[in-house]
Ligand binder design. Structure first.
Ligand SMILES: C[S@@+](CC[C@H](N)C(=O)[O-])C[C@H]1O[C@@H](n2cnc3c(N)ncnc32)[C@H](O)[C@@H]1O
Length: 428
C-alpha cells in the first residue's frame, strides 16, 4: 500500500472506532480480514498510527479546535501527520485510495498549528482523560497522579500465561524461543512471561496446543490470590470469556468444580474453545439472568471461593484500550458502582464460613475499589479482610509488593494494568 492509502485506512478505522460500538482491536482485526492485500508492514503501520491517534485524541482534538477545525478522524490524522512533519500536501491528494485533497481552509490553518502549545492545555487534555473524571482520578491516585496517568497512556507489552496444566510448562520459554518469541519472566507471577514485541499468538503452535494464553500479569495474580488450589467448589461470578477461569482451573489441577457465570452468554460461550485448547475439564459454564438469579440459591453457604471480577470503568486497562475512556460516562460509572455492590452482596451468602469472596477490578478508582470494600464490611459484619500480604506469603517465596491490605497494581510501578483485588474471608 502507498503511504497515502495507509493514512486513508487509519481514517476509516478511526471513524469506526468513534462510532463506539466495538473495541478498536476487534475493528482492526476485521478490517484486515476484509483487506488481504494489506501486507504485514501495512498492518503494522496502520495499527501503530491508529493507536497513536487514539492515545493522543484529546490533544489532537484540542489543537484542531485552536485552529478552528472540527475534530473529525480525518482532521486528527491530518494534524498528527503535520506534527510529524510529513508532507501532507502529497498525502492528502484525493487520488485513488488517498485521503480527500486538502481544502483551502485546512491548508491555511495547518500553518497556524505551531502557534499553539499543547503543554498549555488543561490537564484533562494533556493527560488524555474525560474532564468529569478529574476529581475521582485525583482523589484515587493522589501524589502519583501524573506518573500513573502517563503510564496508562503508554503502549502495554504482551503478557503471556503459561498453562500450569500443560506437560511442557517447564520448557515454555525454550519452545517460544524456537518459534521466534523472546519472552522474559514477569516479576511477580510464577506463570507469567512478557514480550516487549507485539506478536499475534493465534497462529503459533504453543498457543494452539494450549501451552500459553494471553493474560496480563495483574490478572494472573488475581486468579492466584483467589487460592482455588485444593478447593472443592469455586465460582467465577463474572467470568466473561474466561481469562481468570482458565488460570484458576490450572491452579485447581482440573479437580473440584469451577462454576463460570456471566450475564452475557455470548461472552461466556467464547470460553469453550479456550477450555478445550487448555485441556481444562472441571469448568461448568452457566449464564445467569442477574446477580440475584434464583439458580444461585443451591450454593448458599457452600462455596470455598467466589471470585468477583467485577464489571468496572476499566480505567486500569486504558493502556490496552485507549478508546474506552471516552465511552465511559458518569451515569455509567454510577450504574457500575451499584452493580458491583449488588454482586458483592449476592456472593456474600454463597461462601461457607472460612471461605473467601475475592473482589477484583481493573480500575484505579477508589469508589470502585476501597470504598466498595468499606461499604461491604459495614453491612457484613461476618466478613473480615485477609491482608494480601498474608495470602502472598502462603503462595510465593518473594516479598509482597503491595503496601496495605489490598493488591493494587500500578502501571507505572508494577508495569501491569491497574488492577485492584481484596480478599474477604467469611468468619461465621
Ligand atoms: C471484567 S469483565 C470479566 C473478565 C473476565 N473475568 C476475564 O478475566 O477475562 C466483567 C464481566 O462481568 C459481567 N457482568 C456484568 N454484570 C454482571 C452480573 N450482574 N452478574 C454476572 N456477571 C456480570 C460482564 O458481562 C463481563 O463479562
Amino acid at each position: 500500500m502507498k503511504p497515502a492509502a495507509r493514512l486513508q485506512s487509519v481514517i476509516e478505522l478511526l471513524e469506526a472506532v468513534f462510532e463506539g460500538k466495538r473495541p478498536a482491536d476487534a475493528l482492526s482485526t476485521d478490517y484486515f480480514k476484509a483487506r488481504r492485500y494489506a501486507g504485514s508492514k501495512d498492518r503494522r503501520f496502520i495499527n501503530t498510527r491508529l493507536y497513536e491517534t487514539l492515545r493522543n485524541r484529546a490533544k489532537l482534538g484540542w489543537l484542531a479546535e485552536q485552529v478552528s477545525l472540527e475534530a473529525t478522524p480525518r482532521t486528527l490524522v491530518l494534524i498528527d501527520a503535520a506534527l510529524k512533519e510529513e508532507d501532507v500536501q502529497s498525502l492528502f491528494t484525493g487520488d485513488q485510495y488517498a485521503p480527500e485533497a486538502l481544502s483551502a481552509q485546512e491548508i491555511g490553518t495547518l500553518a497556524l498549528l505551531s502557534d499553539h502549545d499543547v503543554t498549555n492545555a488543561p490537564d484533562p487534555i494533556r493527560f488524555e482523560y474525560p474532564e468529569w473524571l478529574d476529581k475521582d482520578l485525583r482523589e484515587s491516585l493522589g501524589e502519583h497522579f501524573e506518573e500513573v496517568i502517563n503510564a496508562l497512556n503508554q503502549e502495554a507489552p504482551l503478557d503471556i500465561r503459561i498453562n500450569a496444566l500443560h506437560p511442557d510448562k517447564a520448557k515454555a520459554v525454550e519452545i517460544l524461543k524456537a518459534q521466534n518469541i523472546e519472552a522474559e519472566p514477569t516479576p511477580y507471577s510464577p506463570w507469567g512471561l512478557r514480550s516487549a514485541k507485539k506478536v499475534k499468538l493465534g497462529g503459533i503452535k504453543a498457543y494452539k496446543e494450549g501451552l500459553i494464553d494471553i493474560q496480563d500479569e495483574g490478572s494472573q495474580l488475581i486468579s492466584l490470590l483467589t487460592q482455588p488450589k485444593d478447593c472443592e467448589l469455586v465460582m467465577d461470578f463474572c467470568a466473561g470469556a474466561g481469562g481468570k477461569t482458565l488460570a484458576m482451573a490450572a491452579e485447581m489441577e482440573n479437580k473440584g468444580a469451577l462454576y463460570a457465570l456471566d450475564i452475557s452468554p455470548t461472552r461466556l460461550y467464547k470460553m469453550r474453545p479456550r477450555l478445550e485448547r487448555a485441556k481444562v475439564s472441571n469448568v461448568h459454564l452457566h449464564p445467569i439472568k442477574a446477580e440475584n438469579d434464583p439458580w444461585l440459591k443451591q450454593f448458599e453457604t457452600r462455596l470455598d471461593r467466589v471470585l468477583i471480577d467485577a464489571p468496572c470503568s476499566g480505567v486500569g486497562s486504558w493502556r490496552r484500550a485507549p478508546e474506552s475512556r471516552w465511552k465511559m460516562t458518569s451515569e455509567l460509572l454510577e450504574d457500575l458502582i451499584g452493580r458491583q455492590e449488588r454482586i458483592l452482596d449476592s456472593s456474600a451468602h454463597l461462601v461457607r464460613p472460612g471461605g473467601y469472596v475475592v473482589y477484583a477490578t481493573c480500575s484505579l478508582l477508589k469508589r470502585e475499589n476501597e470504598d466498595q470494600i468499606a461499604k461491604f464490611l459495614t453491612s457484613h459484619d461476618n466478613y473480615t479482610v485477609l491482608p494480601v500480604s498474608e495470602a502472598w506469603a502462603d503462595l510465593f517465596d518473594t516479598e509482597c509488593p503491595f503496601e496495605g491490605e489490598f493488591m493494587q497494581m500500578r502501571p507505572d510501578l508494577h508495569k501491569s494494568d491497574g488492577f485492584f483485588c481484596a480478599i474477604l474471608q467469611r468468619q461465621s
